[in-house]
Design a protein around this ligand. Structure first.
Ligand SMILES: C[S@@+](CC[C@H](N)C(=O)[O-])C[C@H]1O[C@@H](n2cnc3c(N)ncnc32)[C@H](O)[C@@H]1O
Length: 353
């Protein structure tokens, strides 16, 4: 997938092909305007207001406690980008808005849109990051409200990928214990436990996260089969021969190579023989294999916001191999350059200390 300027007419196509369209303008001014329009509409509840049927701008404004004229402009902007349709009197949702932005939708990304206001502020520090090389390290700077938005945003992102991951991760027969490192809301554990009735899970995360992730896990009604465990992936001893499956999903890109290598060694010790270590990440593609737009932008985003950036499947496999595990070939997910790199602990294997 990539973002692109799409011509509306044959003349525009010709101009685009002739290099006469100022694409940087589209990719900045129009991109940031559209981003704010969609985020603000979600935050104010515009999509929810239209979920029950068409409404005028004044009706939407009243429902969202917003200004009628400004809401009219917002709705028109949404209509121009395919989020709503209008007959010039009323507005109604398109299928795309109903699926992804209405709160009640099972695939709703509404909470991710709200967290993006914080990500927007982080991005505003891009110039300082590039000049100094100093990342923002957002995990160390968030206030309680931002932690809450972060955890809800991560849960919103997990719905479809968790179902896919639960099918792709080869859980050993008779597996009974799973550790989900940096597991936040625990929805990946939920999907795996629902698929494997004999499995129980511990979701390890920072205390600031668990405070807000606990109600998200409770909503899944898994009882004591899935519990939260306060901890720090950078330092905690994970035990010996304790787990059949260890997940590390969307955390490796926040950690340096040294941290990831040391964590893999602790995971290898914590796995039982035959156990599986599954690392799921937006893989960075090797530039020699072609640079993908989303992969490269994600790498920049994590470089700025955290300690590291994206990793290639080969780099992750190298940490696993160094820990004494046997990596399998990576598996690609359907969404945005995500993949799973698994490795197995073989019987009689002695992991490095
Ligand atoms: C990007 S989120 C991913 C959450 C979840 N695994 C998912 O994929 O939806 C990263 C999670 O790792 C947690 N985290 C960050 N640093 C951590 C650390 N040092 N130890 C444990 N968890 C950490 C964050 O609090 C957050 O919940």
């Amino acid at each position: 997938m990539r973002l692109a300027v799409i011509p509306d007419s044959p003349q525009e196509r010709q101009a685009l092909e002739a290099g006469m369209v100022p694409t940087p303008l589209f990719e900045t001014q129009f991109a940031f305007t559209l981003a704010q329009v969609v985020m603000v509409a979600t935050q104010l509840g515009v999509f929810d207001a239209l979920a029950t049927g068409p409404a005028t701008a004044a009706e939407v404004a009243e429902c969202c406690q917003a200004h009628p004229q400004a809401t009219g402009k917002l709705l028109l902007a949404l209509a121009g980008s395919g989020y709503v349709r209008t007959d010039h009197k009323t507005y109604e949702l398109t299928a795309q808005a109903r699926t992804w932005l209405v709160r009640e939708s099972p695939q709703s990304l509404a909470d991710k849109m709200v967290f993006q206001f914080h990500e927007w502020d982080l991005m505003a520090q891009a110039s300082q990051y590039v000049r100094t090389g100093q990342p923002v390290e957002f995990h160390e700077r968030m206030n309680d409200q931002q932690w809450a938005a972060y955890q809800r945003g991560m849960r919103a992102l997990a719905t479809a990928p968790a179902q896919e991951a639960a099918q792709l991760i080869a859980v050993p027969a008779a597996a009974s214990t799973l550790l989900d490192i940096g597991g936040s809301h625990g929805y990946y554990s939920v999907a795996l436990c629902r698929r494997h009735p004999g499995l129980r899970a511990e979701v390890l995360d920072l205390p600031e996260a668990i405070k807000h992730a606990a109600p998200l896990l409770a909503a899944e009604q898994m009882g004591d089969r899935i519990t939260h465990r306060e901890g720090d992936a950078l330092h905690d001893d994970l035990g010996d021969d304790a787990y059949d499956v260890v997940l590390l999903i969307s955390l490796a890109h926040h950690l340096t190579a040294e941290h990831n290598r040391a964590l893999a060694a602790r995971v290898a010790r914590a796995l039982r023989p035959g156990g599986v270590f599954a690392v799921m990440e937006p893989f960075r593609t090797d530039p020699s294999g072609g640079i993908t737009q989303l992969g490269a932008l994600t790498d920049f985003y994590f470089g700025l916001t955290s300690r590291a950036g994206t990793w290639s499947a080969d780099e992750i496999a190298e940490w696993q191999r160094h820990a004494g595990l046997e990596p399998a070939p990576p598996t690609a997910l359907t969404s945005a350059d995500f993949g799973i790199q698994t490795a197995t602990k073989h019987l009689h294997q002695v992991p490095e200390r």
